[in-house]
Design a protein around this ligand. Sequence first.
Ligand code: 5GP
Length: 196
Amino acid sequence: MTTDARSQRLIIVVSGPGGVGKGTIVDALVERDPRLWLSRSWTTRERRPTEREDAYVFTTPAEFERHEAEGGFLEWTEFLGNYYGTPRPQRLGDPDAPDIVLEIELDGAQQVKKQYPEAVLIFVLPPSREEQERRLRGRGDPGDKVLARLRKAELEEPIGVEQADHVVVNDELDRTLDEMLDIIDTERRRGRSERS
Ligand code: 5GP
């Protein structure tokens, strides 16, 4: 790893199966730690009635594909019939800018790790499959989507656990957040000591 590669903003990738609570976690992380900045993804899926208008940049497939062709995404994927992508962050090489948090699925996490091996991949697991299903149903996804997401989760979990730098079980939100903020602080210190 070169000195230059480390004198950048930290990229923290939060990944894990649907219904594990990633969205709640990343919102709370950036609220608790002002040195974190949450990247807003683009998607072609419909906005859920329960969802904020700025949860994503909601866009059309044509617009998404145009942006992709222009090199506008750091990574992107197709997830259960819709596109999702992370816009290329600005000022990546500016160590004084806040560290970047990405909340993305596993394929995207792997793409980021390939481009930036120093990115920190935190894989979040549900406390149980039953709890995950309850959370998925609770947010209003249609039944067939819930089943598809559960199936995908079962397939991807072992891969995510193996590839992650850190695995965290989201059993109780406050405890989970404390553990993740500790991980982030440790990674920041490591970055500094590798630079010096
Ligand atoms: P949802 O439809 O539930 O909001 O998101 C579906 C999945 O796509 C989740 O696992 C979420 O983390 C992931 N996701 C959201 N934004 C992005 C993105 O920009 N890139 C990738 N690869 N996955 C994303």
